[in-house]
Ligand binder design. Sequence first.
Ligand code: PAD
Ligand code: ZN
Length: 376
Amino acid sequence: MTTTGKVIKCRAAVAWEVGKSLSVEEVEVAPPKAREVRVKIVATGICCTDDHVLRGCFPNTEFPLIPGHEGAGIVESIGEGVTSVQPGDKVIPLCLPQCGECGFCLNPDSNYCKKAHFDETQNVMPDKTSRFTCKGKQLHHFLWVSTFAEYTVMPECAVAKIDAAAPLDKVCLLGCGFPTGYGAAINTAKVKPGSTCAVFGLGGVGLSAVMGCKAAGASRIIAVDINKGKFAKAKELGATDCVSPLDFKKPIQEVLTEMTGYGVDYSFEAIGHKDTLIAALASCNMSTGICVMAGELDSGSTISFDPMLLLCGRAWRGTLLGGWKMRDSIPKLVSSYLEKKFNLDLLITHTLPIAEVNKGFELLRTGKSIRSVLLF
Ligand code: PAD
Ligand code: ZN
């Protein structure tokens, strides 16, 4: 019996209030409207950004909502006018859309899209209504993708068709964590062969940056984390040195500068703290050093820093999803994964049923997991 055009009842992890754990509920998911796609999510990873949302620290967060933005699934039905995917296609929802029409999408050097959440509210669909209800209440979407729902609706510009051979329980990480870190090295920093790198924070994003530095041919990759439990995996993925700031009396930027002479060529911050953002910046050399900020501070935070850090040429750049134009690039990254060009599987430390979503967050917060993948 087809579900096309009908409301689907299914499970979803709902955040009812700020600061509360998620509850797995039965929700109703309305059919996709014009230029929208309804997807059956098969697997979804838990990213640190989902934790920001639960704490109410992500911009435009409105409760109740269904979080999740690192998923993979199969198209269930399509709305009027959709041409790029068909029911049955394997897809990855994109938490950064690519409309293909705005000035940024038309600019080959940009992966930003004017439909991204900084410009357009993504806690409801583009027509400003929600497709989710639960217990008679409307639920908000998250980044237009809400992958913690067994069925979810997104605009066509926020979904990419991928190879039918892709294992969804692995490639879901290509929705956020992996492309962010890997692309921070390859696209944003443009790491050169033989260079030195430092990566602050060895979660899913930081370890992917280690992989990107290695793939780009860096000769030295210094991994920095206060949790030494992360060091073995960092070495396995390409780190040449691992240091904990807690082992030194002096600031870590001085330690890294002494280790490399002038500071590293490229540094990456994948934590999202004010002090480590400044430490990462000061760790790259003062003339040609490039520091890439991937870590996200709580919405509305500000930082003060000494502008002399930048005066001699050192550059500070941000990265959104690693600089990839998402609809163009994510399918290509899936193909590269299938060709075994990088080892995504090593980032997945836990696989849990959706019912254990809160355990997954606990594992992330206590530093025991890299990525937990939730299965419906
Ligand atoms: P995670 O929590 O898995 O990893 C963070 C790591 O930082 C952990 O290993 C911690 O032990 C380590 N850490 C914490 N404090 C310190 C410290 N003071 N010094 C050294 N290490 C420390 O997070 P994640 O990898 O999922 O995400 C990392 C950040 O990237 C986070 O801020 C997230 O919001 C951001 C992000 N940005 C984008 C983007 O597009 N820019 C995309 C996805 C995630
Ligand atoms: Zn994420």
